[in-house]
Ligand binder design. Structure first.
Ligand SMILES: [Zn+2]
Length: 462
């Protein structure tokens, strides 16, 4: 379905937006549409050339990286320009101070404060070139689900839109932006909007979409206008996928990245089964074991190098998640020549089970604690049905009773007073096994989900 607006949007509105914003998204999107069928060796060559340029200019321009790279050598790499370059983490970058944006960078800078998925906010900077690649890749990823820029879409999020620029963008892009609290009333409103506006594309957090799909199945309601669903943000567990696919009657495409840092790392296509395509045009993805590339089939740390960010280059940046590489030379039946990822691991945000059968999504807490600046760190633990322990680390001068009151009130509202949280103020919250600070741990939800079949194999394209 390509209506007049989508055609006009592609020809007129999109180029005008690019000019007004100083981006080159349209041009990059054209490039991406052809490069996904390029010769893999050529693609690899271009990637290595770009990585070599990034390492060279970063060494020249960044005092922070020069100092880091003078220390102990890093792990080995299959990409010669990155071999033995030390890995950089978010906490290393937090100590970089005024090193970014790099003094030589002349263009506009996009600032992005991460939502604190590890419990601590951090600011990342992007050049306009990087910003353009980021958006173009999102359009490629959605495009694989049938979306074209200008098509109406609905995005489900927990943060309300406030900036006028974002609202204007929503009008131009025909985006219905709805917030979600894992509440059946929200689900009803979303289905009603999809149907009234005949929206073909739906995008949102996996856990939120799952709750929406469950509502649709339980209430026997459908959204026949939807022809593409993309899920991101947290793990698309097998039961989520099954529920979503039976509610919408189509394959859900999962995609994975880091919005704050500006990465679109990997995404699924109609035929990739449980595998993912990697997007090599904008970054180098490495999966590292102890001292070099992980063996295919074994989980390794995701380490990324940005190829187009002159403002704040991320070179061998460790994302904090784990993935498994596909066998060398693995190809997808869709015909795209982009490299493949076997699977993602270590993204295990949980849902809090509410006794009436509904759930609280992790993002609920992210939004709640964003407004509670006196809380330094938090973690939500659920060991038994109906229970919720809120672990908190306060800044100095934090008024504990006020924080508790707000959390109690918000949780009561979101769970229709079925959960009364218990508070546990602690000195610190330890890292989990994968080195991440997990926000939500629910043994209850985990047990429920494990009764369902495991991810992937059933729908793998052969
Ligand atoms: Zn494919």
């Amino acid at each position: 379905m390509s209506d007049l607006y989508t055609r006009l949007f592609g020809r007129l509105v999109f180029p005008a937006l690019d000019r007004a914003n100083g981006t080159t998204i349209g041009e990059k999107l054209d490039h991406l549409r052809s490069s996904e069928h390029d010769d893999p060796m050529r693609m690899r060559g271009l990637q290595e050339e770009a990585a070599a340029r990034v390492v060279e200019t970063t060494a020249k321009r960044s005092a922070f990286y020069r100092k880091l790279w003078h220390g102990a050598p890093g792990p080995a790499s299959e990409f010669p320009p990155l071999d033995r370059v030390p890995v950089v983490t978010k906490s290393d970058l937090a100590r970089a101070g005024g090193d970014f944006p790099l003094a030589e960078y002349r263009g506009r800078v996009i600032r992005c404060v991460t939502s604190g998925s590890t419990g601590k906010p951090m600011t990342f900077l992007r050049s306009m070139e990087q910003e353009s690649w980021f958006w173009a890749l999102r359009f490629r990823i959605w495009g694989w689900a049938g979306y074209r820029p200008g098509d109406p879409y609905l995005t489900v999020n927990l943060n309300p839109r406030t900036a006028w620029k974002k609202k204007l963008q929503d009008v131009l892009f025909r985006c219905s932006y709805l917030t979600f609290n894992a509440d059946n009333l929200d689900a009803e409103r979303i289905v009603e909007t999809l149907n009234r506006r005949r929206i073909p594309h739906l995008n949102g957090f996996s856990s939120s979409l799952f709750v929406l799909a469950r509502y649709m199945l339980e209430h026997g309601v459908q959204a026949p206008s939807v022809t593409g669903v993309t899920a991101t943000g947290d793990t698309l567990f097998a039961p989520y996928r099954e529920t979503l696919e039976s509610a919408f009657g189509l394959r859900v495409l999962d995609y994975y990245g880091a919005g704050g840092e500006g990465f679109h790392v990997a995404s699924q296509c109609a035929e990739s089964g449980s595998r993912y395509h990697i997007h090599p045009e904008n970054a180098v993805l490495e999966i590292l074991g102890e001292d070099g590339p992980a063996t295919p089939g074994e989980p390794g740390r995701i380490v990324l190098t940005q190829l187009h960010n002159g403002a704040m280059p991320l070179v061998r940046y460790e994302l904090g998640d784990l993935a498994v590489a596909a066998p060398t030379g693995a190809r997808c039946t869709c015909g795209r020549t982009l490299p493949m990822l076997e699977r993602l691991e270590g993204r295990l945000p949980d849902l809090i089970s509410v006794p009436d059968g509904s759930y609280l999504v992790p993002h609920f807490f992210v939004v709640l604690f964003k407004g509670l600046q006196s809380v330094y760190r938090y973690q939500i633990v659920q060991r038994r049905p109906g229970e919720m322990i809120v672990r908190l680390v306060g800044h100095q001068g934090c008024r504990r009773s006020e924080v508790e009151e707000i959390v109690r009130r918000e949780v009561a509202a979101a769970t229709r007073e079925q959960i009364v949280p218990v508070f546990d103020w602690v000195g610190d919250i330890p890292l989990s096994g994968a080195g991440k600070r997990r926000l939500v741990i629910s043994d209850v939800t985990r047990e429920k989900l494990q009764t369902a079949p495991r991810d992937g194999d059933a729908d793998r394209a052969e």
